[in-house]
Design a protein around this ligand. Structure first.
Ligand code: B4P
Length: 185
């Protein structure tokens, strides 16, 4: 059995930044569905070809494709010490898919990153100057924030009902936020 910790929050809240550090410190596997999808895009796989325009526009990749990709990763990969899910689930359907495989991969807690829109937009535009990410543009950010509010934010309630949510103030220094999150492991 391998416990999962979900990092949930809007684009630019720092999920990826903190997941890398926390995974290293606590010897957990870091699973970022965004990184996995970008890898498919760069390798020109069938999934990558299907996902590319959706990523660029800031829209979600269809649930069935992401759920299949994630489930395979959990089953094949070395997540035996536990894993951080960075960017999954993003919809109710994705959250329910985790419930279906919970015997082997139970979700233990959900760290919710909270930050205001202005800060998020500022961070993503700043990253866009160097990242080369085709979705770090003003148009895409607007869509990503809307998609977050509509499809992903309701998951906070879903996990609140299971008493799993830990809220983190994601505005401040990276080290301070890292310390806050570390206390929860
Ligand atoms: P992701 O790669 O997950 O991108 P994101 O949610 O936009 O967050 P990101 O990783 O960029 O930002 P982070 O919070 O780390 O997804 C990209 C796309 O893939 C999605 O739009 C979607 O199309 C697709 N996708 C992924 N998962 C999917 C799923 N489950 N279902 C369907 N589609 C899916 O923030 C990073 C930035 O903030 C960095 O520049 C960092 O340096 C900066 N930062 C971090 N902490 C900071 C701090 N404390 N202060 C200042 N800046 C900070």
């Amino acid at each position: 059995m391998s416990d999962l910790v979900v990092f949930l929050g809007p684009p630019g809240a720092g999920k990826g930044t903190q997941a890398l550090r926390i995974a290293k410190k606590f010897n957990l596997t870091h699973i970022s569905t965004g990184d996995m999808l970008r890898d498919h895009v760069s390798r020109l796989t069938n999934l990558g070809k299907e996902a590319k325009s959706l990523l660029d526009e800031g829209k979600l990749v269809p649930d069935n494709l992401v759920i299949k990709m994630l489930t395979e990763k959990l089953r094949e990969g070395d997540s035996s010490r536990g894993a951080i899910l960075d960017g999954f689930p993003r919809t109710l359907k994705q959250a329910e898919s985790l419930d279906e495989i919970r015997d082997n991969f139970p979700v233990k807690k959900v760290i919710v990153f909270e930050a205001g829109k202005d800060e998020l937009i500022k961070r993503i535009l700043l990253r866009g100057k160097t990242s080369g990410r085709s979705d770090d543009t003003e148009d895409s950010i607007t869509v990503r924030l809307e998609v977050y509010e509509q499809d992903t934010e309701p998951l906070i309630d879903f996990y609140e009902q299971k008493a799993m949510v830990i809220r983190i103030n994601a505005v401040g220094g990276v080290d301070d936020i890292y310390k806050q999150i570390s206390k929860e492991f």
